[in-house]
Design a protein around this ligand. Structure first.
Ligand SMILES: [Zn+2]
Ligand SMILES: [Zn+2]
Length: 126
């Protein structure tokens, strides 16, 4: 199981997550609805170039919406096209981008460079 913490302050961003194989990008039909989540709750996937961790939208309780409203654009949700829109609830560092609009994916993409992943079974010192 893997936990993700903020790289700046070590605040815990997620619960215990299990790695799952990356699912192919969903075929978005041109209908006005929110897509099904890209990954199942409790799991995460690593994107093709390992710069993002793809999480279920409800699996990032340690992150809050970006204080800058320009980052929170979207019509039915968040489109996430203007940069990271989720920040660490503790130190305010930008840690992830949430997409939840009717024409985007429905996911949270943790920025690999902004988070630290720790595996619970590793050493037991953390
Ligand atoms: Zn919409
Ligand atoms: Zn932080």
């Amino acid at each position: 199981m893997t936990l993700f913490t903020c790289a700046v302050c070590e605040h815990l961003l997620t619960g215990d997550l299990q790695e799952s194989p990356a699912s192919p990008a969903s075929d978005r039909l041109l209908v006005h609805r929110i897509a099904d989540p890209r990954v199942a709750q409790g799991t995460y996937a690593i994107n093709y170039d390992a710069t993002l961790f793809i999480l279920h939208p409800d699996d990032v309780p340690g992150a809050a919406l970006h204080p800058d409203s320009r980052r929170r654009g979207g019509c039915c949700g968040l489109h996430g096209q203007d940069g990271p829109n989720l920040v660490c609830t503790d130190c305010g560092a930008e840690v992830a981008t949430k997409e939840s609009d009717c024409w985007t994916e429905n996911l949270v993409a943790l920025i690999a460079a902004a988070v630290v992943s720790s595996t619970e079974s590793s050493s037991g010192t953390r």
